[in-house]
Write a protein that binds this ligand. Structure first.
Ligand SMILES: *[C@@H]1O[C@H](CO)[C@@H](O)[C@H](O)[C@H]1NC(C)=O
Ligand SMILES: *[C@@H]1O[C@H](CO)[C@@H](O)[C@H](O)[C@H]1NC(C)=O
Ligand SMILES: *[C@@H]1O[C@H](CO)[C@@H](O)[C@H](O)[C@H]1NC(C)=O
Ligand SMILES: *[C@@H]1O[C@H](CO)[C@@H](O)[C@H](O)[C@H]1NC(C)=O
Ligand SMILES: *[C@@H]1O[C@H](CO)[C@@H](O)[C@H](O)[C@H]1NC(C)=O
Ligand SMILES: *[C@@H]1O[C@H](CO)[C@@H](O)[C@H](O)[C@H]1NC(C)=O
Ligand SMILES: *[C@@H]1O[C@H](CO)[C@@H](O)[C@H](O)[C@H]1NC(C)=O
Ligand SMILES: *[C@@H]1O[C@H](CO)[C@@H](O)[C@H](O)[C@H]1NC(C)=O
Ligand SMILES: *[C@@H]1O[C@H](CO)[C@@H](O)[C@H](O)[C@H]1NC(C)=O
Ligand SMILES: *[C@@H]1O[C@H](CO)[C@@H](O)[C@H](O)[C@H]1NC(C)=O
Ligand SMILES: *[C@@H]1O[C@H](CO)[C@@H](O)[C@H](O)[C@H]1NC(C)=O
Length: 739
């Protein structure tokens, strides 16, 4: 007790300097030894010695204090580690520098190397303080100026509040340089740097080679990262004045830990820490698809990752080397189809939703609107294209040379106007715009009426024809599809036993109604029995579903390659003129939804069975995602696509909408969102983005359905607006059990 009082007296005597609970500062007489850590006031960030990965070397860094997986955002001595463990010391030297020493050695391995003049007197008033933003700042007692800050010397990470760009006045270079490897934070090959020539654009470079661009700043976000828009969590800003030019972002909630960084392999990644699952959730990484690789389609090429042939030429251009082009190498780019005779009827064609071309050599004038921008470009024959600088239509970018690295988006992007010659312009106007001009309005009305009549006749005729003679057009497209497949896949198709139509008709008693098991979007499923006694299920594609052909091909190719006890097994297929059928093993217990959402059926599903079914589905999904030769996203996982065999083992079926991913591809994008609402992840339903995570989302919905026995879509509780996911989420959030 006496001791405590003595301590209190001592404390008041020393004006709280010694006893203050804060340990977020290093002062003249307070060192930081290896093993100690500095923690920012709110406990957000920590600073101390660490060894990355398998390295034994000691570095001084700043990391997220509350994130269980040590995540370093800044490294002081990245190129000069302390070799011996536990001998390192961080202290302020006589010139006010924060320096790292190895034991008693007189030379530091690293120092802040500040340029201010420090006297004996001021030096004692200096302290380095770790802030809750993750910034380590040098401040002088009673002064508000920051004399040095770690935010001015970024390593590989941009945290909220940091700047990315340049300060011309102070000569600061705010660029990110990757680590060499996970074990070595020294300067790696990849640098993310703001390219300030032309329109400001972030480039990842490997040496002098550009790997990827963010796309120009468009007033709200980077033109090439449509996903990165301001939302309730983050806001972005871009500043350009005579002193500095930079991008920075802020978080509206400082308990959300977020970072942008360039990893050791040259990927730009954006991730947020998920406290609940103790991991970083990455919601953006680049280069993502093939089109993100800088200049993939060369000069005047345009890249669209959704097309089989990803490269195409801008309007008015044709491939420079037809050979390479058809070998799927677009890097040679495109050249004009014909000489442009400037001022003689040439004009501009609009490309929508694109990543604007590399604007390093473009002319940028923020004072011009889009009309003046067009005039400027039109009046200079060497101008190849123009666009608004910002999405709100202000500013002008004019290109005077190659248009390189154009990418087609499905959402986001900007309009690019490409200069084309008179013939191209006339051609396209005939096809689209000119059609709607006032002059043609009367003609248009007449055409619509005539067209409508023609359509009705044609439809009637085709319908009749399809009924009687089938659709040869469809047949041809199936043939094309199958023969266009790369060899390996075609072989897989022919590995599959082919059944003839007669055998199928015999097996299913001429597709009798009594044998019909169900029907879906693409046709009906019948039970059948082969002559050898095997029971089968036959999926018969409806004859005039043009859509079904693609799914049919997809399923044949995919499922023939997959062998797993939790995937339904395909036994063969049958193609006979307009008839297309898939033959599967017969599963007597039908699909999961029959049992699950049926009062008597669900009573027969005990917890053991449900558990078994969940595990089985999970194994099947794991197999298609990770363990099979192909990486496959099913895209339509739902209760009616899970079949049950005699032992109630689940088998995933219906690969009609599945997509194959390349070995390292993790995300895709589609114009045509298919699947079942209620099971689709929001980013897929809204933006067409899908990945194995979309299946995991559907699996989660399925899991909730299996546990609750309720349909996600048809779920009602007191509040009629709620679906099952939302209800489950609210229960989870409130820690309440289901009742
Ligand atoms: C600062 O506080 C943290 C915990 O709050 C502690 O782990 C650390 O050792 C302290 N550092 C120093 C230098 O006292
Ligand atoms: C640490 O070791 C490396 C080589 O292993 C050497 O180049 C460097 O000078 C050493 N640093 C110190 C501070 O001893
Ligand atoms: C550093 O110096 C102190 C006192 O001068 C001494 O006790 C200590 O052993 C020295 N440490 C090393 C590693 O030389
Ligand atoms: C310290 O900074 C000065 C310029 O301010 C520079 O000339 C010098 O090389 C730097 N020293 C170190 C060790 O970085
Ligand atoms: C800072 O201000 C306090 C009170 O105003 C004063 O006592 C102290 O001497 C000042 N410190 C310095 C280094 O000027
Ligand atoms: C900025 O730093 C990066 C990485 O070290 C370097 O590649 C680039 O040339 C620097 N730029 C300027 C203008 O100093
Ligand atoms: C980066 O450049 C180096 C040297 O030019 C090269 O060996 C390496 O493959 C490049 N890496 C990538 C990812 O392009
Ligand atoms: C940035 O600011 C500088 C100087 O104020 C100006 O010359 C330049 O055109 C600006 N760049 C953009 C893209 O606005
Ligand atoms: C900030 O995020 C935390 C964790 O995600 C959340 O619990 C909290 O409600 C959020 N605060 C605000 C003001 O949104
Ligand atoms: C057209 O633009 C080019 C490139 O910026 C420039 O060199 C040339 O002087 C311009 N020509 C005219 C007629 O303005
Ligand atoms: C006109 O456009 C069509 C399709 O858009 C194309 O097939 C044709 O080659 C074009 N004609 C000329 C002369 O460019």
């Amino acid at each position: 007790m006496d001791c405590l009082i003595a301590l209190l007296i001592l404390c008041s005597f020393f004006n709280n300097k010694l006893c203050s609970a804060t340990n977020d500062t290093i002062t003249q007489n307070k060192f930081l030894r290896d093993g100690d850590i500095l923690v920012s006031h709110g406990g957000i960030y920590a600073l101390g010695f660490f060894s990355p990965g398998n390295s034994q070397k000691r570095y001084v860094g700043i990391w997220f204090n509350k994130v269980s997986e040590q995540t370093v955002v800044w490294v002081a001595n990245r190129n000069n580690p302390v070799n011996e463990s536990s001998s390192g010391v961080v202290k302020i030297d006589g010139r006010g520098n924060l320096a790292i020493f190895n034991g008693n050695a007189s030379n530091s391995v690293w120092s802040t190397n500040i340029s201010i003049k420090v006297t004996e007197k001021t030096s004692s008033a200096l302290s380095y303080k770790l802030l809750d933003s993750g910034n380590l700042v040098l401040v002088q007692e009673n002064k508000s100026d920051v004399l040095w800050q770690s935010f001015d010397y970024p390593t590989d990470t941009l945290s909220a509040g940091m700047k990315f760009g340049f300060n011309w006045k102070l000569g600061l270079n705010w660029s990110l340089t990757s680590w060499k490897s996970r074990d070595d934070p020294s300067n790696g090959d990849f640098v993310l740097i703001l390219n300030t020539r032309g329109a400001p654009d972030g480039f990842i470079r490997n040496g002098s080679r550009v790997i990827w661009r963010t796309g120009p700043w468009n007033g709200r976000t980077w033109n090439g990262i449509p996903l990165m828009s301001t939302n309730f969590l983050f806001h972005y800003s871009f500043v350009n004045n005579s002193d500095e030019i930079y991008f920075s972002y802020g978080s509206n909630n400082n308990s959300v830990f977020d970072r942008l960084h360039v990893d050791d392999l040259g990927f730009f990644r954006r991730s947020t820490w998920l406290e609940d699952s103790h991991r970083w959730n990455e919601f953006y990484s680049a280069p993502g698809d093939a089109c993100d690789h800088y200049g993939k389609c060369g000069a005047f090429g345009s890249c669209n990752a959704n097309n089989a042939q990803i490269c195409s030429c801008l309007p008015g251009y044709e491939p420079k080397s037809q050979n390479d082009w058809y070998l799927k190498d677009g890097s040679q780019g495109c050249v004009r189809k014909r000489e442009l005779s400037c001022g003689k009827g040439d004009g501009f064609l609009k490309l929508e939703k694109v990543k604007l071309p590399d604007a390093s050599n473009a002319r940028v004038d923020m004072s011009l609107g889009i009309k003046d921008c067009e005039t400027e470009c039109r009046n200079n024959c060497s101008c190849t294209g123009y666009s608004s600088a910002y999405v709100d239509g202000s500013g002008c970018i004019g290109w005077f040379g190659d248009l390189t690295d154009v990418k087609q988006f499905t959402v986001g992007g900007q309009d690019l106007f490409v200069r084309v010659d008179a013939i191209e312009l006339g051609n396209s106007t005939r096809h689209s715009k000119g059609f709607f001009s006032k002059k043609n309005l009367v003609l248009l009305c007449v055409l619509i009426v005539v067209g409508l009549l023609a359509f009705i006749f044609a439809f009637y005729y085709l319908f009749r024809r399809a009924k009687t003679r089938g659709l040869p057009r469809e047949e041809r497209s199936l043939h094309e599809l199958l023969s266009n497949l790369p060899n390996e896949e075609t072989n897989a198709k022919f590995d599959l036993p082919i059944f003839d139509l007669d055998a199928m008709m015999l097996a299913t008693d001429n597709f009798s109604l009594a044998n019909k098991l169900g029907s879906g979007g693409f046709g009906s499923v019948y039970k059948g029995k082969l002559s050898d006694g095997r029971e089968i299920a036959v999926k018969r594609l409806s004859k005039n579903s043009g859509q079904g052909i693609i799914e049919f091909k997809n399923e044949v190719v995919l499922i023939a390659k997959l062998q797993h006890r939790n995937l339904v097994q395909i036994l063969g297929c049958c193609v006979d003129k307009e008839e297309k059928m898939l033959v599967y093993e017969y599963l007597p217990n039908k699909s999961l939804d029959f049992l699950l959402f049926d009062r008597t059926g669900s009573a027969s599903l005990d917890w053991g069975m449900r558990h078994n079914i969940i595990l089985g589905i999970a194994r099947g999904v794991l197999y298609i995602h990770e363990d099979s030769r192909l990486r496959i996203v099913h895209r339509d996982l739902k209760a009616s696509n899970v079949l049950l065999d005699a032992q109630m083992n689940p088998k995933i079926s219906d690969f009609g909408m599945a997509r194959i991913f390349g070995g390292d591809q993790t995300q895709g994008n589609t114009n045509r969102v298919v699947g079942t609402y209620g099971y689709m992840s929001p980013e897929y339903a809204m933006d067409g983005l899908f990945s194995i995570k979309s299946d995991v989302f559907s699996f989660g919905v399925l899991l909730l359905e299996i546990i609750s026995g309720k349909k996600n879509s048809g779920f009602y509780c007191e509040d009629h607006s709620m679906n099952l996911i939302k209800h489950a989420w609210e229960l989870w959030r409130d820690g309440r059990p289901w009742n």
